[in-house]
Structure formats: structure tokens, C-alpha cells
Design a protein around this ligand. Structure first.
Ligand code: ADP
Ligand code: MG
Length: 311
């Protein structure tokens, strides 16, 4: 069966430096192209934590050095990360397609994701970004720039930004038009560039939308059949990293909620994936979500591995 699949790539698909990323995307492209070759429509989403951190850090350092590069706002850093990651991904996927004698256009869409100005996340910034500072530096930055600075696990002080929920994908019609033309699309990179509505304007805000939630929202909006979240583990576990560890092949929404309530999924890593999978699987009958590792994507879609989440 031909499915429309949103594939969300995790940090392990891209690595931490440009060299590492260029090398890793060649491997990442293979399971993606396997899905395309099997006849599926593939829309790719990805994270950007290390990349946007690197860009933000470089820009901040440059703005205080002699070069006096203007300071780059965080949403613009996010846009840069989408371009930089998209370049590597579309380049690698194109080459892998050609190696298999397939000429299919691949493009990255710089994607804005609408968030609600009244999202409670704005009252409570939680997502650390950029470099570490001493307490004195943090106090100075806080008073000069109005950033929220918090102590991060004994490693120093960091800026934190809110992580609001995605409401809409601004470029969804463009993405759909490309899908209808059988083109491969890379979108909502890093969860998308968060924007709020001000009359006719969309204004970028310093925030980070969770890439798993953004991928689920995109999958819902483009009426995908499948959301595949590819990460570093083949399956979701309960009792993860304990002697009682048990790997799961299938969860319905009730089971997911039960395990969430019991605290089986770590906030900031597995929890958002399970919640994103629930959002998508719960949005319409027949929609399925799969959490598995990059290498197991093709086997997973055949039902041979991974954790399937359904209504
Ligand atoms: P990504 O970059 O793909 O978003 P994350 O590190 O955010 O990856 O999340 C995936 C990680 O979540 C896994 O590598 C694993 O270490 C961790 N994890 C936490 N809880 C669980 C669980 N219950 N089952 C499986 N993995 C879990
Ligand atoms: Mg993650």
C-alpha cells in the first residue's frame, strides 16, 4: 500500500558538526530512499538542537568581537539551521535517488509554524539554548537583554526560551502542492520557525517548538497516513534502563496514557515522541505512528519492528 509518511529525524541522523552531518546524511538518506522506492510519499522533518545552538553561539560571539557582526535574533538562527540542514539532506537524498536511477526532485521549504501568543509556555521558558555563562555574566545578560537565564545542571548558566505547541504550519499548502507533484519535501526543520500573528504580519519569536510535536502537526495537516519518528532506539520501553525493562511493539492511546502517568517516558526525550504519536494517531481513525530507529524504518513500516501507536 502506498502511504503518505511524515518521517521525523532525530539528532542521531545529523550529528553535531558540519563534517559529521555531511557524512551522516549519506547513511540517513538510505532508509528514506528505501521508503520512496517502496512507493511511499515521504515528507521529512528533523531536529536542529546542536545546529541552531552552534549558529546562535557563532553569531553571538561574532557580535561581541571586533568584527561587530550584528546580533542575529533566535528565529533567524532557526531559519539558518533549516537552510543548512536542508541543504545537506536534499543533496544526499538526491544523490541516493540517482544511484537507484530515480529522478525525483527534492526540496527544503523554510517553514514557519504558528504558535499561540497566549500559550502558557511563554510564562515558563524551559528550553536551554546557546552557551554557558558564569552567574555574574548571566545576571548582566539578563538585565541588558531581558533574557531568562537559568542554572543548567551544575554546568553554568544558560538562556532558556519557551517551548510552545504548534498551532498551524504556515507553508502547508506549498508542501501539499509539492507532494501532489510527487516531489520529496523537507519541512518544519527544528520544529519550524515559531511565529505569532499580528494582524497581517507573522512575527518570529525566540522559542523552540518541539520537533516531534511539529512533525505530528504537519502530518495531521497534510493528511498523512503515517508518522514515523526515527531516533536512537528501535522501540519504546517501559522500565527503560532498569532490570524490569520491557520493549513494546504496540500501544493504543489508553496504554500510552497509563505508561505516561506511571512516568515511563523521560521528559525532553521519549515523552514528547509518545505524546506526538498520540496526537497524530488520535486525530483521525486509521492514522498510525511508529517510533523506531533510523536503520529499522523499512522493517518497521512492514510491521516487523518498532513501537506502533494507534487509536
Ligand atoms: P531525538 O534526537 O531522536 O529526539 P532524544 O534523545 O530526544 O532523541 O530521545 C530518544 C532517547 O530517549 C533514546 O535514545 C533513549 O535514550 C531515551 N528514552 C527515554 N525514555 C525511554 C523509554 N521509555 N524507551 C526508550 N527510550 C527512552
Ligand atoms: Mg529529542
Amino acid at each position: 500500500m502506498k502511504d503518505r509518511i511524515v518521517v521525523a529525524l532525530g539528532g542521531n541522523a545529523l550529528g553535531n558538526t558540519p563534517e559529521e552531518q555531511l557524512h551522516l546524511v549519506k547513511h540517513t538518506a538510505k532508509p528514506i530512499v528505501d521508503l520512496i522506492q517502496a512507493g511511499h510519499e515521504v515528507i521529512l522533518a528533523h531536529g536542529n538542537g546542536p545546529q541552531v545552538g552552534m549558529i546562535n553561539l557563532a553569531m553571538t560571539t561574532a557580535s561581541v568581537s571586533a568584527s561587530k557582526t550584528p546580533e542575529m535574533p533566535f528565529p533567524e538562527c532557526g531559519a539558518m539551521s533549516q537552510g543548512y540542514i536542508g541543504f545537506h539532506l536534499q543533496n544526499a537524498i538526491r544523490a541516493e535517488l540517482l544511484r537507484r536511477d530515480m529522478t525525483i526532485p527534492v526540496a527544503t521549504v523554510v517553514t514557519q509554524v504558528l504558535v499561540d501568543e497566549k500559550d502558557p509556555a511563554f510564562e515558563n521558558p524551559t528550553k536551554p539554548i546557546g552557551s554557558f555563562y558564569t552567574k555574574e555574566e548571566a545576571v548582566q545578560i539578563q538585565s541588558e537583554k531581558g533574557y531568562t537565564m537559568v542554572e543548567d545542571a551544575g554546568r553554568g548558566y544558560r538562556r532558556v526560551v519557551p517551548s510552545p505547541k504548534p498551532v498551524d504550519v504556515v507553508e502547508k499548502e506549498t508542501i501539499k502542492a509539492l507532494i501532489h507533484q510527487d516531489q520529496v519535501v523537507i519541512a518544519v526543520g527544528g520544529g519550524g520557525i515559531p511565529v505569532i500573528k499580528k494582524e497581517h504580519d507573522l512575527v518570529g519569536v525566540p522559542a523552540v517548538i518541539d520537533k516531534d510535536f511539529a512533525s505530528a502537526k504537519l502530518a495531521e495537516l497534510i493528511d498523512a497516513d503515517y508518522l514515523i519518528i526515527l531516533t536512537a532506539v528501535e522501540k519504546v520501553a517501559i522500565g527503560y534502563n532498569t532490570p524490569e525493562e520491557k520493549w513494546l511493539s504496540h500501544m493504543d492511546l489508553q496504554t500510552c496514557q497509563k505508561y505516561i502517568d506511571e512516568g515511563h517516558f523521560a521528559p525532553g526525550s521519549m515523552l514528547p515522541k509518545v505524546q506526538a504519536a498520540m496526537n497524530f494517531a488520535g486525530s483521525k481513525k486509521g492514522r498510525r505512528a511508529l517510533i523506531t530507529s533510523l536503520d529499522k524504518a523499512s522493517e518497521g513500516i512492514l510491521g516487523h519492528t518498532g513501537t506502533l501507536i494507534t487509536l
